[in-house]
Design a protein around this ligand. Structure first.
Ligand SMILES: [Zn+2]
Length: 97
């Protein structure tokens, strides 16, 4: 593996974590390869491995009277737990009154 390939893989891993809306505390102090990525499910509140967490992204800008693309929210959920998937599907994001 070239240095470039290695760095590209590392960067896309970090970008995926950022896209999901959080970087686990463990990676701030410990090497990622020792602990693996984990994310918190917003439905059941459990910390789960990266592979078991999916993310639903919503653009709630227009619903809140702002230009499209200015307010985006992510909802992490367990993709192997039907109850969490259902909660994610029902989630409407932030709506100002
Ligand atoms: Zn869950």
């Amino acid at each position: 593996m070239s240095v470039w390939t290695y760095l590209s893989a590392r960067i896309s891993g970090v970008m995926e974590a950022v896209r999901k809306g959080n970087i686990p505390v463990t990676t701030a102090t410990q090497p990622q390869h020792l602990y693996g990525l984990q994310f918190r499910c917003k439905a059941c509140n459990a910390m789960r491995p990266d592979a078991q967490i999916s993310v639903r992204s919503l653009d709630t800008s227009e619903a809140n009277g702002m230009p499209a693309g200015t307010l985006k929210e992510n909802f992490n959920y367990c993709n192997d737990r039907p109850a969490c998937r259902e909660t994610a599907q029902q989630w409407k994001g932030f709506l100002a009154k």
